[in-house]
Design a protein around this ligand. Structure first.
Ligand code: NDP
Length: 462
């Protein structure tokens, strides 16, 4: 997929709407762009839409669309036209010399042109004891963690006054007994439609002009202490969950000292509103340089601009090496494969990947092979990222491991029994014994290493 010996026409760094749109346009211009998806630095592949539920304002979807699904479609469209993906973080970037050098996955890649579409990442508050309660009550992703058993029918809180906070507060009323929305000022930053929806929801109480100053609890968050920002009065709220939705910081670490940034770290274009940066051959797209609009549709639009500008620049400089297509029309993108929970009739002891508690029970009791159980929630972006990695590893281990996916929203009792505190959670069992467990997304080679460890421990234990 990646050939270190050749110089890429164009490398796009980042896989949100900006990155995929840039890759789509560049691929259709026969530039065979390489897109470095990012992995752990600055968020997850797919960007912020992976942790959003319904996107109702992206044109073309009158009923709205789930954020991760929208990103899956953008990715499939870019790949269909010839974009190549490298699922890794860009760890270094040298713009001082042409061709530019990008370090990723232990390789030094060369590129004539680069589009920076690294987006922005969710902020944290850095409260005292935040680390202690992180994933034990505190979360930065309501759609990933809201459905976990610990939050069911319990009071919850969201901090922030933007669209994310309003969306999360509204969504969490589906799970919690009540939701407290803590806003530091006396007004919402959210769009009117979002703000009205949350204000009209009887299950949400808004605490204007308050900030959180302390966290309390034993092994799980039990309460937060609020302080009124004007009169200093404090109050205690019993909550089992606290969700952060306090904005984002642009992911510009790669270009620090190489390109001009504003005081908050946003990339400064060569000219406002234009896709060029001050270094010829380097372009920007999306939230990395956009502190104002920050919408999926504006990110996609700037991705298009950056790709067209890069194509023009590569042509002017006579650097582009276009690929030729075998056929004018690419193959259709494969349709998504629906998977339904296994039943007595559909369960197979040899299937590599099944769904639901029936398959889990059968494999847990009957299988002599290691069993991987992945707990997911619908709309959980990190689950979308993890599952294909996990599926590939399970397939590579060709029948020595079986996997079951449990949707914790559909089967909360199983999740409770398994002590799942958020999604994705992956557990590896060998002969009914829990051998390993992890939360969140891992790269394929790390997953493989973990499963091989379980396999070799299993062999030794035989
Ligand atoms: P925003 O930057 O819009 O809002 C951040 C909020 O967090 C503000 O209310 C801000 O308060 C508050 N805040 C910041 N720092 C702190 C702090 N230290 N303590 C307490 N509160 C704090 O971020 P969002 O993530 O909400 O939205 C980002 C972009 O994504 C926006 O353009 C939004 O429109 C878009 N979006 C769209 C959605 C949709 O359409 N479905 C869903 C989610 C996001 P203050 O106002 O006082 O600065």
């Amino acid at each position: 997929m990646v050939s270190p010996a050749t110089t890429e026409n164009l490398v796009v760094i980042g896989s949100g709407p900006a990155g995929y749109t840039a890759a789509l346009y560049a691929a259709r211009a026969n530039l065979a762009p390489l897109l470095i998806t990012g992995f752990q630095e600055g968020g997850i592949p797919g960007g912020q839409l992976m942790t959003t539920t319904h996107v109702e304002n992206f044109p073309g979807f009158p009923q709205g669309i789930l954020g991760p699904e929208l990103m899956d479609r953008m990715k499939a469209q870019a790949v269909r036209w010839g974009a190549r993906l490298l699922e890794a973080d860009a760890e270094g970037l040298d713009l001082s010399r042409r061709p530019f050098t990008i370090q990723a996955q232990g390789q030094a890649l060369q590129a004539h042109a680069v589009i920076l579409a690294t987006g922005a990442r969710a902020n944290r508050l850095h409260l005292p004891e935040e680390e202690r309660f992180w994933s034990r009550g505190i979360s930065a992703c309501a759609v990933c963690d809201g459905a976990t058993p610990q939050f069911r029918d319990e009071p919850l809180a969201v901090i922030g006054g933007g669209d994310s906070a309003c969306e999360e507060a509204h969504a969490l009323t589906k799970y919690g007994s009540h939701v407290h929305l803590i806003v530091r000022s006396n007004r919402f930053r959210a769009s009117k439609a979002m703000a009205d929806r949350v204000a009209a929801n009887d299950h949400v109480t808004i605490h204007w002009e308050h900030e959180v100053e302390a966290l309390q609890g034993d092994d799980w968050l039990a309460a937060i202490q609020l302080r009124h920002r004007l009169d200093g009065a404090t109050k205690r709220l019993s909550v089992r969950g606290l969700f952060y939705a306090i904005g984002h910081t642009p992911n510009t670490g790669l270009v620090q000292g190489q390109l001009p940034l504003d005081e908050d770290g946003y990339l400064l274009p060569q000219q406002p509103g234009h896709p060029e940066t001050v270094v010829p051959g380097v372009f920007w797209a999306g939230d990395v340089a956009d502190r104002r609009w920050r919408q999926a549709v504006t990110a996609a639009a700037t991705g298009c601009q950056a790709a067209l500008a890069a194509e023009g620049w590569l042509t002017e400089e006579n650097l582009a090496v276009p690929v030729s297509r075998k056929t004018a029309e690419p193959e259709p993108a494969p349709p998504p494969q629906p998977v339904s929970p296994a039943t007595e009739e559909t369960y197979s002891p040899t299937a590599l990947w099944q769904q639901g508690s029936y398959a889990l029970r059968r494999l847990y009791h009957d299988s002599l092979d290691p069993l991987v159980v992945v707990y997911t929630a619908p709309g959980c972006g990190p689950c979308h990222v993890l599952k294909p990695q996990l599926k590939r590893v399970v397939a590579e281990l060709s029948g020595r491991v079986h996997a079951v996916e449990i949707n914790i929203e559909a089967e909360p009792a199983i999740a409770r029994q398994a002590g799942v505190s958020g999604t994705p959670t992956t557990q590896v069992f060998y002969r009914k014994e829990l051998r390993h467990q992890w939360r969140g997304v891992k790269q394929r080679r790390m997953i493989r290493a973990e499963l091989e460890k379980a396999l070799s421990a299993g062999n030794q234990g035989q």
